[in-house]
Design a protein around this ligand. Sequence first.
Ligand SMILES: [Fe+2]
Length: 224
Amino acid sequence: MTNQTILEPLPEDQWFIESQELRSFVATVREISVRTADDRSQTLARLEPFFQELLAQQEWLPEQFAQVNPESRMGGGIGQWLLYRAKDRSLSIFSLVIPPGSTTPVHDHLAWGLIGLYRGNQKETVYRRVDNGSLAGHAQLQITEVRSLQPGDIYSLLPPDGDIHAVTTTSQSASVSIHLLGNDTGCVWRHQFIPEVDSVKSFRSGYSNAPCKEEEEKENAQIR
Ligand SMILES: [Fe+2]
C-alpha cells in the first residue's frame, strides 16, 4: 500500500480560473519550492505568509469553484475543484467544498502541502498510522488531534505528519478550503481508511472539473 503513483506529464501547465492573485501565488510557490526542495518543512514555513495573504482576499475564487458537487466521487456532495496544476504533476491547487454536516472519508494525501480554510467552519480530526502496513487491507489509526477551524486558519501536511485526516463542515453553509499540494492529489492513488474496523483501501478522488489523463487512457483502452 505504499507504492506511489507515477503520473505522466501533461502537455502544459493547466489553469482553470483566470486570477492574477493565483498566478502570482503560483509563481511564488514555484520559486520557494525549488529553492527549498531538500527541506519541505522550510517550503511550508516560507510559503505560509503568502498563502495567508491569498486566503485573506475574498474576490479571486469564482463562485462556481465554491459549489458543492452532488456527483462527487468522494461522496457527501463534496466538490473538489482544480484551479491549477503543473505539467509535471508536482503541484496542484484546488478548492474543496464540503456541504453543511458532511464529512470527508478518512484519507491521506501522500505529499507536502498547505491547507487553509477560506469560508465556513470545519472540524478536522487528524490521525496517525500505528501499524506497519504489512497486512493488506489492514490499518490501525490513532487520533492525534481534533481542531476547530475558522476562515484564515492554515495547517500543513508533511507526511507522515498530519497526512491522514477527516474534515467535517460545522457551519450552516458549505465550507470552502484551499489546498496547495506537492502532487496532483486528485489523480494519485492514495488511501481511504475506516478506523472503526481497522481497514484501508486504495482511493482516487479525481476532480469535479478535470479528468486525470490516466483515467482517459484506461477508458479508451476499455473501448478498444
Ligand atoms: Fe484532506
